[in-house]
Design a protein around this ligand. Structure first.
Ligand code: GLY
Ligand code: MN
Length: 467
């Protein structure tokens, strides 16, 4: 938790930006895993943490803008809670740590909201993503669950996105901490990347490392020889010589900030010529994107340039053909990278995706593309200092997608389907770094860069370079 002054200042800015009505921020509740008493790891809502700082279940925060009052709603521990879960400072004491002075029982939430609604005041709420909060909001506001997603407060949502998107110095320190653990996770994964080792064992080791240093992983670990499946959570493989292991993993630190890195390691550190060639194209796309990322440049433009590098690199290998700009216009390189170049990173690994990916990543100036692959770019806006983003180009050979495009002659003027058959067992390569935009350009969030060239990765696998 930060100092209470930080939360007070954030809420003051919220109050200045949302002109009238009441703001309702719901914290998360416990989510049962297989019965009520056996819960999933508790994760607080990120916007609730950002403004109210507290990370325990079943809380709500109300900011009454018109009457200039604020309330934390929640219940003090019962003796049963103390017996089973331990004694903690009172809610009143914890609320004071976030600078909130009035604590009310959770049961008063409905009367506070009800009184505001009766007097015709706006109740600003965020689009809920958990069923428990959908039910709660539906009851509080007297709305059908289906209409909650349409009627959320755009004013509040836009304000929160604006505030959370640009990271303060104390947030950057937290992100760096998450980056440090993410770095250590990937070094372990590289060192374990040897023939005969199971994917599950490596995934388990790095997830354990994330838990040992912070809260948990920042998203379910993607670790597989089948890197062509973008979000592959299956870890049942045993590493085989000649294959690649794609590892996309990160940590959530004790203050809830995330890291998200990807490296693709040849088993035993031994890259074939074919693997090296593809790796080097992805590496160029990564490095060129980092070079381009600076204030005033739209990330959508950087994304397009990454597609350009990929298309031209593959053309040299005989996998694509034709004019680059025409191919880019037609969306041809998306066959090889059907995802976007990156996303905002912060309290969420895909920062504020719950508030709306398009609201977070696009604006009046930069609109979301509609073409396959291009439309998956999560963040396209102009860059500004303090933005934290991932840069994650990749090249994948997805047999089913290649077959579909070939059968339908999609972009047949730009793709050499004949030579692609030599890559059907390749898998995929993704390389991902986390950057913060500075006034001059950008820098890594965590100062050390993971091994990224094939030589550096081979050395890491073989313990030749310890960072
Ligand atoms: N690291 C997973 C993703 O960015 O979607
Ligand atoms: Mn990512």
């Amino acid at each position: 938790m930060f100092t209470k002054e930080i939360y007070i200042k954030r809420r003051e800015e919220l109050k200045q930006s949302v002109k009238s009505g009441i703001i309702l921020l719901l914290g998360n509740g416990e989510a049962p895993m297989n019965y009520d008493g056996n819960t999933c790891d508790f994760r607080q809502d990120s916007s609730f943490i950002y403004y109210a700082g507290l990370d325990t279940p079943d809380l709500a925060y109300i900011l009454d803008i018109d009457q200039n009052k604020e309330y934390l709603l929640g219940d003090e521990l019962t003796i049963d809670d103390v017996v089973w879960m331990g004694n903690f400072p009172s809610l009143k004491e914890r609320a004071a740590e976030a600078g909130i002075n009035t604590v009310l029982p959770f049961s008063q939430l409905s009367s506070l909201v009800g009184v505001a609604m009766k007097s015709g005041r706006t109740v600003h709420y965020l689009k809920p993503y958990r069923y428990r909060n959908k039910l709660l909001l539906s009851e509080l506001l007297g709305k059908q669950i289906d209409s909650l997603a349409a009627d959320f407060s755009l004013e509040l949502t836009r304000t929160i996105i604006r505030m959370r998107l640009i990271k303060s110095n104390e947030e950057l320190v937290e992100l760096e901490d998450a980056g440090k653990t993410g770095y250590a996770m990937h070094i372990v994964a590289m060192k374990m990347c040897r023939q005969g080792v199971s994917e599950r064992e490596i995934a388990g080791m790095i997830e354990g490392l994330a838990i040992s240093k912070g809260n948990r992983v920042s998203f379910p670990t993607i670790l597989s020889m089948n890197g062509q499946t973008l979000h592959n959570h299956d870890h049942s493989g045993i590493l085989q010589k000649g294959r690649l292991m794609l590892c996309d993993a990160g940590a959530e630190n004790l203050n809830y900030y995330a890291s998200d890195f990807t490296r693709t390691t040849a088993v035993g550190g031994e890259y074939s010529e074919q693997q090296k060639e593809i790796h080097n194209i992805v590496l160029k796309a990564l490095n060129d994107s980092i070079d381009m990322a600076k204030p005033g440049v739209a990330y959508k433009t950087v994304n397009r340039n990454a597609y350009r590098v990929i298309f031209e690199g593959l053309r040299e290998l005989g996998l694509t053909k034709g004019d680059t700009e025409e191919a880019l216009e037609a969306g041809a390189p998306a066959l090889f990278m059907p995802h976007g170049l990156g996303h905002a990173l912060g309290l969420d690994v895909h920062d504020m995706e719950d508030l709306g990916e398009t609201l977070t990543g696009y604006d009046d100036r930069i609109k979301r593309d509609t073409l396959f692959g291009y439309r998956s770019l999560r963040f396209g806006k102009h860059l500004e200092p303090g933005l934290v983003l991932t840069v994650e180009p990749g090249i994948y050979f997805i047999p089913q997608l290649i077959e579909k495009w070939k059968a339908e002659k999609t972009n047949a003027d730009f793709i050499r389907f004949d030579t692609l058959k030599n890559y059907c067992n390749f898998g995929g390569i993704r390389l991902e770094d986390d950057i913060v935009i500075t006034p001059q350009g950008c820098r890594p969030v965590y100062e050390k860069r993971l091994p990224v060239t094939v030589e550096e990765i081979r050395a890491a696998v073989n313990n030749e370079r310890i960072n």
